[in-house]
Design a protein around this ligand. Structure first.
Ligand code: FMN
Ligand code: SF4
Ligand code: SF4
Length: 273
């Protein structure tokens, strides 16, 4: 294993950018060189047939947020079809201060089933997609402490990678892994439709910058600013990126509002293993 820049490949889904940010800091800690990036937030990447452009990488980083405690289905469907060719992999899960629940285990079981060597995994707190001015939830996370932890994780991963002969890989597909995979395959696509209204545009405030259209992982906003309600997964990427506050969505009822308040009161720590 070379002691200079480690060649890395990344696969991630990150509508509101927190997963991408944490991965960037992990890469700093690894002192790695990204030779291949697959941004699965982009619909055209999710729809492409996976190729083997990661073949020269010494380490693969896979990252995604928890959606309803699991992985977003289209992301899952992409990575579960990859053959990792025995490569070292780390898993990165972002979650909005509630809980990653099963998303981490789901990712780990996909890596093991896909012939990857799990070198480590991290669960990091990111500002909740439904955090807003009125109801902040994990506002500003990942903060400086989270990002320092991401760098530490990266350093530790570099160390493990340079000492693979003594590092223990968790590769055995357990009964639990099989159950998680079974449930995740069967369960319906999780979206925020039950919690929040589909975002719409206030034309008075809209400056037609089209940032919302570019960021939408489902390509479901038209140039006349209407949203395809069937396609929208209520990921809030368009709301968060809108520079004028023209893109709006609201909690559907008081129960969800109270739920967000209570999630915000917790103080989860980011951690890695
Ligand atoms: C549809 C949906 C479901 C979510 N479910 C959870 C959850 O189960 N637990 C949690 O802690 N956060 C949940 N979140 C919050 C995200 O995991 C969190 O904000 C994450 O940082 C977003 O990652 P990104 O910035 O890379 O898109 C959910 C967000 C959305 C949009
Ligand atoms: S329109 Fe829906 S899917 Fe597209 S960015 Fe906005 S919330 Fe996400
Ligand atoms: S990001 Fe906001 S201001 Fe820009 S086009 Fe979309 S709704 Fe309009």
């Amino acid at each position: 294993m070379p002691t200079d820049k480690i060649k890395l490949a990344t696969f991630y889904f990150s509508p509101t950018g927190t997963t991408k940010k944490v991965i960037d800091y992990i890469v700093k800690g690894i002192e790695g060189d990204i030779i291949c990036t697959t941004d699965l937030t982009k619909r055209y990447n999710r729809e492409k047939t996976p190729d083997e452009s990661f073949a020269d990488a010494a380490l693969i980083i896979i990252g995604a947020p928890a959606y309803g405690g699991f992985l977003y289905k289209e992301f899952r469907n992409y990575i579960k079809n990859l053959d990792f060719q025995g490569k070292c992999i780390i898993a990165v899960i972002l979650y909005g201060n509630a809980s990653p629940v099963f998303a981490t285990r789901e990712m780990i079981s996909i890596i093991k089933k896909g012939n990857g060597k799990l070198l480590g995994y991290g669960e990091f707190v990111g500002e909740h997609s439904y955090s807003g001015k009125d109801i902040p939830v994990a506002k500003g996370r990942p903060d400086n402490d989270d990002l320092q932890k991401a760098i530490q994780f990266g350093r530790s991963v570099r160390d493990r990678l340079l000492n693979t002969e003594i590092w223990h890989f968790y590769n055995k597909v357990s009964v639990f892994d099989k159950i998680i995979n079974f449930v995740a395959d069967k369960k319906p696509v999780h979206t925020g439709k039950r919690m929040f209204t589909i975002p719409h545009t206030d034309n008075e405030k809209c400056i037609r910058c089209f940032k919302c259209i570019k960021v939408c992982p489902k390509n479901c906003i038209s140039t006349d600013m209407t949203t395809d309600k069937n396609e929208c997964i209520v990921c809030m990427a368009c709301v968060k990126i809108c520079p004028t506050g023209a893109r709006e969505a609201y909690p559907k009822n008081i129960i969800f509002k109270l739920g967000l308040h209570s999630i915000n009161k917790r103080k989860h720590e980011s951690r890695f293993f």
